[in-house]
Design a binder for this molecule. Structure first.
Ligand code: NAD
Length: 294
């Protein structure tokens, strides 16, 4: 039988703070395939996440097909805005959510992985995070800071991870990230420079595939995750895609999780530098489907 076998592999999924987004579904799919999974969680969301885990609030979604619960080997505080501890501004470092988490920079998480598991601790890295401080503003109104903030959190973070965590990968290791078609087509409402950040992420995926290691990005259809709800129009986006895509059932995070597990597996050993659409085929459409009324 041809199956996705990730036994003996270790994954780090960066961008998990609840059970509603792509990162959680990817972590679960990787665990279903046999990988041990560590996650990176944004410090402002860390305590709520740990509390929810502890109080069993996510037990239903953590249940694997074997009946056991998805467990994270480690949960690392991670702020992907910062490459090294020195980059974290003093006021952030000493603030309530950061003062007890230690070095949550990308470099710091790499050092912790090596301390916990040895020199080359990883096989799979998943970049499942994005942030655009001015996402609700149209590009025409976005400030320089808002634009660069979106690029920094959502695109440069991948470059920095490949720089710092690439050397921690064992042979045949790979990266996968999440992008959105606003990079190449206009999605009204997906503002704040986030469309530019996704374009950069896709372009960097190609260049990093040449320069560094196997790396792909999944262009996912809309999902009402916590991050997407911040955009303010996610329900409309989900509805629009299900009305106009070739496949009309709504995209689930699990469907994206399975593709990420495949791309991270030896079965995908010849796929790199790719933007892989997991969007019910919506990207292929050139015209909205006329809606029947009544
Ligand atoms: N939901 C959608 O409709 C959709 C569609 C296509 C692509 N995506 C992409 O999928 C990825 C995951 O998003 P999601 O929609 O599943 O939402 P999500 O809320 O599950 O994930 C986003 C995560 O990013 C984390 N984060 C934000 N800033 C961070 C930082 N500076 N450092 C570390 N972590 C940080 C948040 O805490 C959160 O856990 C993102 O790249 C997003 O752009 C989402």
């Amino acid at each position: 039988m041809l199956n996705i076998d990730l036994n003996g592999k270790r994954a780090l999924v960066a961008g998990v703070a609840d059970d509603g987004g792509f990162g959680f579904a990817i972590a679960k799919a990787l665990a279903e395939a046999g990988a041990s999974v560590c996650v990176g969680t944004w410090p402002p969301a860390l305590n709520i996440f740990l509390n929810m885990l502890e109080r069993g609030k996510m037990d239903a979604s953590r249940t694997l097909s074997s009946g056991s619960l998805l467990t994270f080997e480690k949960i690392y505080p991670l702020d992907a805005m910062y490459d090294r501890i020195e980059d974290i501004p003093e006021d952030v470092r000493t603030s309530k959510r950061y003062k007890d988490v230690g070095d949550c920079s990308i470099n710091g998480v790499g050092e912790r992985l090596v301390a916990d598991f040895g020199e080359r601790p990883l096989d799979i890295v998943v970049h499942s995070l994005a942030n655009g401080p001015e996402v609700k503003k149209p590009l025409l109104e976005v400030s320089r800071g808002g634009y660069l903030g979106a690029l920094s959190a959502s695109a440069y973070s991948l470059v920095s991870m490949v720089q710092r965590w690439g050397p921690l990968l064992r042979d045949d290791g790979s990266f996968v990230s999440l992008t959105y078609m606003a990079s190449e087509r206009v999605i009204p409402g997906y503002g704040g420079g986030m469309s530019s950040a996704k374009a950069a992420l896709e372009s960097d995926t190609r260049t990093l595939a040449f320069e560094a290691c196997r790396v792909n990005t999944i262009s996912a259809g809309p999902l009402a995750s916590r991050a997407a709800s911040a955009i303010g129009i996610i329900e409309k986006m989900v509805e629009y895609v299900s009305e106009n895509a070739p496949l009309t059932d709504k995209l689930t995070a699990e469907e994206v999780g399975r593709v990420a597990a495949f791309l991270s597996s030896p079965l995908a050993s010849a796929i790199t530098g790719n933007t892989v659409y997991v969007d019910k085929g919506y990207h292929a459409m050139g015209m909205a489907v006329p809606q029947t009324t009544g």
